[in-house]
Design a protein around this ligand. Structure first.
Ligand code: ZN
Length: 392
């Protein structure tokens, strides 16, 4: 190792402090950098110049962020990245998304395919490994350049990366998922993290989606299952064992339909995507590929989605009372039904949460089906940077 790590620079200097702030916050503007360092714009100017001269920083046009209004987005300061890439994997119940990204989490290439994840874990893992290899070739990166892998799975996984339900995604039960992925990609198992898919959706929407700038939010993934990801005080909240967010198994009908978790009347048996689609087909006689698309125009279809939103909102009202989030972001396939879902959820929160908390903003997710893989690469990139830059 060199005497002075090129990514750390001389210790204790004001430039070093500015660099650490940039590395922690990602691309930020000069005024933001001044605010975060507590210095004036004039004060940071020579530090920025020195770091750019030293090759540790670049200044480039910003990508427009959703929280910015009209007008030019301006320039941002970006710490120079070491070589290497990260891989994000998103295993849904019936699909797989893979992305290769740089160490800021920006996607270089990505791909999505249909695969029976629930019943054929081996096939899904083999397909994932093939896709990663193909994407690395397409982005002209070597397999050895992968610094971190994060994989999302659609079920409760503990901090050790093991599926904690034998029935929700049956073929993944007791599998050491990180070891399986590491062996196929020939990477260190310690560089592979497994995370619940709704948790990754929360990170994705928080980073570049409908919740940029929110420090406290609840992301809801309503697809074949129903889970939530919690960002509290700017950080993903995992609980004691990594198992937070399983709101889909809150019992809403004591004698209701049998759920795949073994209980009866769970929220996800009432607000499941299959059930909502089936009900819309029944009332609208729609032959559309996805009957959810009828929800905006067909009054009866809208009523069904509104009702599903109200039921979901009833459970989320308790979450609001407990956690006081700034925003609730509705994602997953059910969010394809649009504004009626938002209206139903917001109505129940106003009705059942404490009056002051009833003002919680409810919005649709903006990343759609990409939220999970964006969250996976963002988390992988953050961990890769942490490992690289905490050295010294
Ligand atoms: Zn259940």
């Amino acid at each position: 190792m060199p005497a002075v790590d090129p990514w750390i620079g001389p210790r204790g200097s004001a430039a070093q402090r500015l660099l650490q702030i940039l590395r922690a916050h990602g691309p930020i503007t000069r005024p933001e950098a001044a605010r975060l360092t507590g210095m004036s714009l004039g004060g940071i100017r020579p530090l920025v110049a020195a770091l750019i001269e030293d090759g540790q920083l670049v200044e480039q046009p910003a990508n427009r962020r959703p929280d910015q209004g009209r007008g030019r987005p301006g320039n941002v300061l970006v710490p120079t990245l070491p070589d290497g890439v990260v891989v994000g994997l998103d295993f849904g119940h019936a699909h797989l998304s893979v992305a290769v990204a740089d160490l800021l989490g920006e996607h270089l290439v990505h791909e999505r395919c249909e695969v029976d994840v629930d019943r054929r874990s081996d096939d899904a893992l083999d397909t994932a490994a093939e896709l990663v290899r193909s994407l690395l070739r397409r982005s002209r990166r070597r397999a050895s350049s992968v610094r971190r892998v994060v994989a999302g799975v659609p079920g409760p996984v503990d901090r050790a990366g093991r599926m904690r339900s034998s029935t929700i995604v049956p073929s993944w039960w007791q599998l050491s998922i990180a070891d399986e992925i590491a062996a196929r990609l020939r990477v260190d198992p310690a560089a592979v993290d497994i995370e619940n898919d709704a948790h990754l959706g929360a990170i994705g929407e928080h980073r570049v989606g409908a919740a940029v700038g929110c420090s406290d939010l609840v992301y809801v993934k309503a697809s074949h299952g129903l889970g939530t990801g919690l960002i509290l005080a700017g950080q993903l909240y995992r609980g004691a064992n990594g198992l937070t967010g399983e709101i889909g198994h809150a019992v809403v009908e004591a004698e209701g339909t049998l759920c795949r978790c073994g209980s009866r009347g769970c929220l996800e048996t009432v607000v499941s995507i299959e059930r909502v689609r089936q009900q819309i087909r029944f009332v609208s006689g729609s032959v559309e590929v996805d009957p959810l698309l009828a929800a905006e125009e067909h009054p009866a279809a809208r009523r069904i989605v509104l009702e599903a939103g109200r039921t979901l909102g009833r459970a989320l009202a308790d979450v609001c009372n407990l956690l006081n989030p700034e925003r609730i972001v509705l994602g997953g396939e059910l969010a394809g039904a649009g504004q009626a879902l938002v209206d139903g959820v917001a109505e129940s929160i106003r009705r059942y949460a404490q009056p002051a908390i009833g003002e919680t903003v409810v919005v649709l997710a903006s990343l759609g089906e990409r939220a999970q893989v964006v969250g996976a690469t963002a988390l992988a990139a953050a961990r890769a940077r942490e490992a690289l830059w905490s050295v010294g």
